[in-house]
Design a protein around this ligand. Structure first.
Ligand SMILES: Nc1ncnc2c1ncn2[C@@H]1O[C@H](COP(=O)(O)OP(=O)(O)OP(=O)(O)O)[C@@H](O)[C@H]1O
Ligand SMILES: [Mg+2]
Length: 326
C-alpha cells in the first residue's frame, strides 16, 4: 500500500518544501532501518524546483538560458525555445502527458529517497491543463500504476503556492494533505480556502473513484519563540488548536539551520548532524504522523519482548535446629 501525502497551501513561503524534503529524509532513514526494500518518492510540482534543489539537483549550473529548464545536459528532443537542448523528462512532461512517472524518477543521494523533479516548464501546466477534459486527472492517471505497484511506501508531493489546476491534480491523487502555515491570523484564514478546494475535489472528482482526500495535519513552521512573536502568535496558535484540535502538530521552531540546510542542499533533519531545533521537530512530526495513522508504520521491527526472568528458585535455608554440629 502506498500512502500519498501532499504538502500544500496557497500562500508562498510557509514551509511546504522544508517539511516535504525534511520528512522525506526521515522517512527514508526509517525505511532503511526497516525490514523491507521499500522507498519514499518526492514529487516536486512547484516550478521553482526548490524541492529538487534540496534533494540534490543543482539548478544553477544546469539551467538553459533559452527556456530556463533545469536539465540541459540531456538532450533527447531539443529546447522548446530553439536553444541547443531539451531537458530530461520531468514533472512538466508528465502533466503534459508526454512522459511517464518511470521516465522522470531519479534516485537521490539520501537513503531510500527518490525524486520526480520539477522545472520552470511547469509554468505552462496551469494554462495548458485547464481546458483539457482530463486536465484535472493528469497526475492521477500518470501515478495510478506506480501506486498499484507498491514500489513506494510513501509518496510526498511538494505543491505550488496556489489552488489552481495543479493543486486540483494533487488533491485528486493524495490521501492526505498536510497544510503548512506560518503562525498568524492571515495564514489561518488561508486554511479555509484550502479546505474548500479539497472539499470540492472530493465532491467533483474523488467521489467517482470512491476515494477521499483529507486534511491530515497542520504543520506550523518558522514559528518565532512566544516572546518574539508576541500575543498575535500565541493567539493564532490557540485558535488553531481550538479549531483543528489534534491535527496541529508541534511547531517547527524558527531555526537558522533551515535556510542553511537549503543552501547546502541537505534536507534539514540531516544537516549539521540533525542537531537543530527544526530538525528535531521534523523527526517528531514524522513519529506523530505515524501514530495518527496519516503515515504508515515504518522503521525497525519492534524488538521481541524477552520472556520475563523466572524468579530464582529459593532454596529454603536449613533450619538451624536441624543442623548437626559434630
Ligand atoms: N523553521 C524555520 N526556520 C527558519 N526559516 C525557515 C523555517 N521554515 C522555513 N524557513 C524559511 O522560509 C522560507 C520558505 O520556506 P519553504 O521554501 O519551505 O516554504 P514553501 O512554502 O515551500 O515556499 P514556496 O511557496 O516559495 O514554495 C525558506 O527561506 C526557508 O528557509
Ligand atoms: Mg516550496
Amino acid at each position: 500500500m502506498t500512502t500519498v501525502l501532499a504538502f500544500a497551501n496557497q500562500s508562498g513561503g510557509c514551509g511546504k518544501t522544508t517539511a516535504a524534503t525534511g520528512m522525506a529524509a526521515v522517512i527514508g532513514e526509517l525505511l532503511e532501518a526497516g525490514p523491507t526494500d521499500e522507498r519514499c518518492l518526492v514529487i516536486d510540482l512547484d516550478l521553482q524546483g526548490d524541492g529538487s534543489h534540496v534533494l540534490g539537483i543543482t539548478a544553477a549550473d544546469q539551467t538553459c538560458g533559452e527556456c530556463g529548464d533545469m536539465f540541459p545536459e540531456h538532450d533527447p528532443r531539443g529546447c522548446p525555445r530553439g536553444g541547443d537542448h531539451v531537458a530530461i523528462a520531468n514533472m512538466a512532461d508528465v502533466l503534459a502527458g508526454i512522459a511517464t512517472m518511470d521516465e522522470v524518477i531519479i534516485p537521490t543521494q539520501w537513503p531510500r529517497v527518490d525524486l520526480a523533479p520539477a522545472s520552470l516548464r511547469l509554468a505552462a501546466a496551469e494554462k495548458n491543463l485547464s481546458p483539457l477534459q482530463d486536465g484535472q486527472l493528469r497526475l492521477r492517471n500518470a501515478m495510478i500504476d506506480l501506486i498499484a505497484s507498491g514500489r513506494y511506501k510513501v509518496i510526498l508531493i511538494d505543491s505550488p503556492a496556489s489552488l489552481g489546476v495543479v493543486a486540483v491534480n494533487i488533491f485528486a491523487v493524495s490521501r492526505y494533505v498536510l497544510a503548512c502555515i506560518k503562525p498568524g491570523a492571515k495564514e489561518l484564514r488561508g486554511l479555509v480556502g484550502l479546505e474548500a478546494t479539497i472539499g470540492q475535489v472530493n465532491r467533483e472528482i474523488n467521489a467517482q473513484f470512491a476515494q477521499i482526500c483529507e486534511l491530515g495535519a497542520i504543520v506550523v513552521t518558522d514559528a518565532p519563540t512566544a516572546r518574539s512573536g508576541g500575543a498575535v502568535y500565541a493567539e493564532a496558535m490557540d485558535y488553531a488548536t481550538d479549531e483543528y484540535k489534534g491535527l496541529v502538530l508541534p511547531i517547527i521552531p524558527r531555526d537558522v539551520r533551515v535556510p542553511e540546510s537549503y543552501s547546502h542542499q541537505i534536507p534539514t533533519p540531516l544537516y549539521d548532524g540533525g542537531k537543530g531545533k527544526a530538525a528535531k521537530a521534523l523527526r517528531t512530526a514524522v513519529g506523530l504522523l505515524i501514530e495518527m495513522g496519516v503515515l504508515p508504520p515504518m522503521g525497525p521491527p519492534p524488538k521481541a519482548k524477552r520472556a520475563p526472568k523466572k524468579p530464582a528458585e529459593v532454596i529454603p535455608a536449613e533450619s538451624p535446629a536441624s543442623t548437626t554440629i559434630s
